[in-house]
Design a protein around this ligand. Structure first.
Ligand SMILES: Nc1ncnc2c1ncn2[C@@H]1O[C@H](COP(=O)(O)OP(=O)(O)OP(=O)(O)O)[C@@H](O)[C@H]1O
Length: 713
């Protein structure tokens, strides 16, 4: 366990005072995360507050997983504390600390106050857009022949329609969608947050005994609230955080220079809002000055980009900073994107011919499209890659989302069977529309007709399609819809049965039914895609299993899973991810967008700015990307007026440069020894392994260039 530095210690030791705010401004690599963990440990191990009185909030699931893992390791390292508490007892305490994503927490508050809700995402907008009749479609996509309404376009149009309010001429199809969203409790993430805030505010006036458990906990139990990466908060989160921080000590850890979600709203305004919540004397500000990550060469360049004089000063106050490595970051401009990728590939071969492992290297891009190009390029050479994302991959898998939608459809339908519906209150309609619209051969026209008829009869869409003897005209794919009903009914029966449900049988039934009803899986085109889907299913199974052990007594397994699946974290998931990364014994190059690389560090970083774009890379994004590097930084097509001119020669002398590689190995706690083969020999071998010898490369480059130019014909 590292010994805290003086500035870290100030934060760890600062007194617990209710109704105060402590802001910790911490540069990259200053040990912000470590300090946060040690602060939590200090509070609990000294008995200042109980483990179940500490709440740690992050914005992404990955950040939450990271907090849980680090807390586990920090607590398990404690053999005995000064109070004589055994380490294993402390480890159990970790499980009592509330660690959540802010959205996950808001979701729990809303769900316990008003039952299961739907958070609308791409598939939801796609489903709803199917209710827009063809003649109206023309109005919305006027002037663009053949254009279909994409989920994104539809979302924008719907928002515009809503924003016009009553001055708007009423549009029957849009009004129908407004009604479904209301009846099915469909919310955007923003709406979810403000609804949770409303419940917290109204709950504050109630007796603790009248409140559901999480709402009560947030209002009355927690004493310390810690927000990680405050620079990523956006304005709508302010009131929610304010509502849960009343009378508590609020810690805000972050770095304004790493604020890269400006497009979601002004971060400074939410920080001002949170600071103004209390009188100025109740706000303390601390700085962490050290830099344990980057070489002084990289830090100097990054600070120039940040353009912040105070940052240079704080670095001078550092108790710890690394020795110079003797190698400047490299800055290269290349006109052709393909050549850029070729140069990165060659550089990687040079690096792994020295002391670098493939898994030390990260290639960071500005956009997802660029990321895909990088991944495709490496895979064409057989170079293994591991894609980093801010959410665990299985959560964003569209096929998994379909299985979850299917499960939700069943749950809402069976709930409607048990409770008498109020007029127009068909909560299952949204899920049935979303699921039906993902099936092969079910046309928009059919969905519109069926839904229209169900409305006329004032019954739910499910009741209409499962009970109707007389099918309306205009439904072209009757057998498909009948098969949907026929196959869903046994699944409903299974889920409603009184026997205990098992995670494995839920998953296997969902997969079988999705196949039977004609679900067309997205993006499964080859063996590799299938393998990825299989891994995601295993992760979903892991979460279902976890839910069966954590679910409250009076809540069913499916219900508990549906309420919390986006927010379940387990060492199981982490374990599965580790297993995957061990598959390649060579290690894998990490590829990520700059946004998803937040909070991470890599010994070697390639930043790809793209020669295709004339827009200079956004300053804070560039700063975040640069400061992910511990030792070596390569910047390709990165434009920023504070950077020195391109220096393509930098780093060319790395072959067999023992001084550089001794520094590198020491920094990563690896043994320092002379290599048996020369780096040049290894370079030739690596080139051969990945078919990178010059003639093959020239040929493959040419083939790809021809393919690229063919695309434009
Ligand atoms: N006091 C210390 N002594 C030795 N190493 C430390 C100390 N504090 C932090 N470190 C190490 O420094 C590295 C960076 O720390 P950490 O991940 O906490 O950075 P961070 O401040 O959260 O960075 P970022 O803001 O970029 O996410 C880690 O490898 C951590 O173990």
């Amino acid at each position: 366990m590292p010994t805290p530095t003086p500035s870290q210690n100030e934060v760890i030791q600062c007194a617990y005072e209710p109704a105060t705010t402590v802001k910790v401004i911490a540069g990259p690599g200053s040990g912000k995360t470590l300090t946060l963990m040690l602060k939590v440990r200090e509070l609990i191990s000294k008995g200042i507050v109980g483990a179940d009185e500490v709440l740690v909030l992050s914005l992404t699931n990955k950040a939450v997983d990271n907090v849980i893992n680090q807390l586990n390791s920090i607590f398990s390292e404690l053999e005995t504390t000064t109070d004589g508490i055994q380490g294993d007892v402390l480890t159990d305490l970790v499980a009592q600390i509330g660690v959540y994503t802010i959205h996950g927490l808001a979701n729990r508050v809303v769900v316990e106050n008003e039952g299961l809700v739907n958070i609308i995402e791409e598939n939801g907008w796609r489903g709803l857009s199917k209710l827009i009749p063809a003649n109206l479609l023309k109005k919305y996509v006027s002037g663009r022949r053949g254009t279909t309404l994409t989920p994104k376009m539809f979302e924008r149009l719907f928002r515009e329609y809503q924003a016009k309010g009553t001055v708007n001429e009423k549009d029957a199809a849009m009004e129908q969608i407004v009604t479904i969203m209301k009846a099915s409790k469909v919310f955007t993430n923003e709406e979810l947050i403000s609804l949770a805030t409303k419940y917290l505010r109204s709950g504050a006036a109630n007796q603790a005994s009248e409140l559901p458990s999480m709402t009560n906990g947030l209002l009355h139990k927690y004493k310390v609230v810690i927000v990680d990466e405050y620079q990523d908060l956006f304005p709508s989160l302010g009131p929610f955080l304010s509502a849960i921080s009343q009378n508590k000590q609020l810690f805000l850890f972050g770095d304004p220079h790493q604020s890269i979600y400006g497009f979601l709203g002004d971060n400074r305004s939410v920080i001002r809002f949170l600071e103004s919540m209390r009188p100025p004397e109740n706000l303390k500000v601390f700085h962490l000055y050290d830099n344990f990550r980057s070489t002084p060469e990289i830090t100097r360049w990054a600070n120039a980009v940040a353009g912040d004089v105070s940052r240079a000063v704080t670095n001078n106050n550092a108790f710890f900073s690394k020795e110079p490595m003797g190698i400047e970051p490299s800055l290269v401009d290349i006109a052709d994107p393909l050549e850029e990728l070729e140069i990165i590939t060659d550089k990687i071969c040079q690096l792994v011919s020295n002391s670098v492992k493939l898994s030390d290297i990260a290639v960071l891009t500005r956009t997802n499209a660029q990321l895909k190009a990088v991944g495709d390029h490496f895979s064409s050479y057989g170079i293994p890659t591991e894609k980093l994302t801010a959410q665990p991959d299985w959560i964003s898998d569209k096929n998994i989302k379909f299985l979850v939608d299917l499960l939700k459809t069943c749950m809402l339908v069976s709930r409607e069977k048990r409770f008498v519906e109020g007029a127009g209150q068909h909560q299952s309609d949204f899920s049935v529309i979303v699921t039906l619209s993902s099936l092969k051969g079910v046309s928009n026209q059919s969905i519109q007709t069926l839904f229209g008829e169900a409305q006329k009869a004032n019954i739910s869409l499910w009741n209409f399609i499962s009970q109707s003897r007389q099918w309306p005209t205009g439904v072209s794919n009757r057998t498909r819809i009948e098969s949907f009903v026929r196959h869903l009914e046994p699944l409903l029966e299974y889920l409603e049965s009184s026997q205990p449900l098992t995670a494995i049988s839920i998953i296997s039934r969902l997969v079988t039914v999705s196949h039977q009803i004609g679900f067309k899986p997205d993006e499964i085109k080859n063996e590799n895609d299938l393998e990825i889907f299989r891994e995601h299913l295993i992760e979903m199974l892991g979460v279902l299993k976890l839910c069966s052990s954590t679910r409250p007594q009076n809540v069913s397994l499916t219900e508990w899973f549906l309420e919390t699946w986006m927010d379940q974290h387990s060492s199981f998931i982490q374990h599965a991810a580790n297993e995957r990364s061990n598959i390649h014994d060579l290690g894998a190059v990490k590829i990520s967008t700059i946004h998803s690389s937040k909070g991470l560090e890599f010994p070697v970083v390639f930043l790809s700015g793209s020669s295709n774009s004339n827009f200079p890379i956004e300053k804070n994004a560039l700063y975040v990307g640069m400061t992910r590097a511990r030792n070596l930084l390569y910047m390709m097509n990165v434009k920023n007026k504070f950077l020195p001119p391109p220096n393509p020669e930098s780093g060319t002398g790395i072959f067999d440069n023992q001084k550089i590689w001794n520094y590198y190995n020491k920094d990563l706690n690896r043994p320092i020894g002379r290599q048996l083969e020369s780096s040049l020999q290894k370079y030739r071998a690596v080139n051969q392994k990945f078919s990178l010898n010059p003639s093959v490369r020239a040929y493959s480059t040419m083939v790809r260039m021809v393919c690229n130019s063919l695309k434009h014909i």
